[in-house]
Ligand binder design. Structure first.
Ligand code: PMP
Ligand code: GLU
Length: 397
């Protein structure tokens, strides 16, 4: 029997696949260094865990409203006011099962068949697949390392057609760690307002930002762009809560309503206990963020220094998130352990097999001359992993 063509067109998530493979090898006793992880290696703070325990004890274990409990929506509104200067009310907010679910809801809510969604690349692996799932057409807009992994406004303009429905903005970005400046965001906002295009602004890494950069939400410029923007955020990265699965959107009321309707049939409410934990995260102290930022800067600086001192590989310095895009173009066509490096997938395989180092090939992000390393792992692991890479690359011919 024939299966759904749309479902068959969806690729698996390479980020999750690598992470699962590395975790499995580790569990089997292989001495693996994992640079695949897209999650902070810090524990969820104690007060957040305690709020969850308390929720269980007090019997907060039943359905909540499908789009999330009102107290959490209010806390999300407070967060947008405090951090982003944005005024929303609970009617604009939908709480979902992780920011990934928020994004899926968003594309489902706005796309009609063949609507185009512009996605600057290198991009996070899931965006194009989510657009395809919603029957839309992902339009991948390439950007180079020389451009700092950001398309220029002229490049954005040239990708716009009369079918363009939305542009995805992800700043700080995964997998590049790049950050759009206020000027760049204003230019994109102007384009969106003039051409009536939605902006999907994925701000999940907003707190993981370094070097004096300040996070600016594109929705904060004026009411016109705010009306067109669907903001994506969540507690996964900021509070080391990837497993709890709480993400949220802020959008105009109409979009929020249809996303809530869809969610009421698809999943009902996100886990009630995790919602209580997210509430504690948003209402509590931000110490974990300061700790992570201090540590991530140290690790990033070391990783960037080491990569650029190893022959055959290089990288630019990212200003946010916890990823480095390592350029392997000089290795393409060369041999490592007798295997020709045809692209990022082969390189990642060779590294895993011969050096027990896991990283994510750039192919899934839209750049086959790069691989992504996450520095959400200990300094010792970073040192050891880079030592192993250096040693293996000595054998390149
Ligand atoms: N957006 C980006 C850019 C991400 O890297 C991730 C990480 N998975 C998500 C969204 C989804 O986050 P969550 O774990 O909350 O679903
Ligand atoms: N976003 C993280 C990553 O890119 C987690 C894995 C995923 O959800 O794709 O590695």
């Amino acid at each position: 029997m024939k299966l759904s063509k749309r479902a068959l067109s969806i690729n698996p998530s390479s980020t999750l696949a690598i992470d699962a493979k590395a975790k499995k090898m580790k569990a089997e006793g292989v001495d693996i260094i994992g640079f695949g992880a897209g999650e902070p290696d810090f524990d969820t703070p104690k007060h957040i865990k305690e709020a969850a325990v308390e929720a269980i004890k007090e019997g907060f274990t039943k359905y909540t409203p499908a789009s999330g409990m009102i107290e959490l929506k209010q806390a999300v509104c407070e967060k947008f006011k405090k951090d982003n200067g944005l005024s929303y009310s609970p009617e604009n907010i939908v709480i979902s099962n992780g920011a990934k679910h928020s994004l899926v809801n968003t594309f489902q809510a706005i796309c009609n068949p063949r609507d185009e969604v512009i996605i600057p690349t290198p991009c996070w692996v899931s965006y194009p697949e989510m657009v395809k799932l919603a029957n839309g057409k992902p339009v991948l807009l390439k950007s180079t390392e020389e451009e700092g992994f950001k398309p220029t406004i002229e490049e954005f303009l040239s990708a716009v057609t009369d079918k363009t429905k939305a542009i995805v903005i992800n700043s700080p970005g995964n997998p590049t760690g790049m950050i759009y400046t206020e000027e760049e965001l204003r230019a994109i906002a102007k384009l969106a307002v003039e051409r009536k295009i939605y902006i999907i602004s994925d701000e999940i890494y907003e707190k993981l930002i370094y070097d004096g950069f300040k996070h600016i939400s594109i929705a904060s410029f004026d009411d016109k762009i705010k009306e067109l923007t669907i903001l994506i955020n969540g507690v996964s990265k900021s509070y080391a809560m990837t497993g709890w699965r709480i993400g949220y959107t802020a959008s105009n009321e109409k979009i929020a309503k249809i996303m809530a309707n869809m969610q009421s049939h698809a999943t009902s409410n996100p886990n009630s206990i995790a919602q209580k934990a997210a509430l504690a995260a948003l209402n509590g102290a931000d110490d974990i963020i300061d700790t992570m930022v201090t540590e991530f800067i140290k690790r990033r600086d070391y990783m960037v220094f080491r990569i650029n001192s190893i022959k055959g590989i290089s990288c630019i310095k990212p200003n946010g998130a916890f990823y480095v895009m390592m350029n392997i173009s000089k290795l393409i066509g060369k041999k490592i352990e007798g295997i020709e490096i045809k692209g990022s997938d082969v390189f990642a395989d060779v590294l895993l097999e011969n050096a027990n180092v896991a990283l994510v090939p750039g192919s899934g992000f839209g750049s086959d001359i790069h691989v992504r390393l996450s520095y959400a792992t200990s300094f010792e692991n970073i040192t050891e992993g880079l030592n192993r890479i250096e040693k293996l690359l000595e054998t390149v011919i």
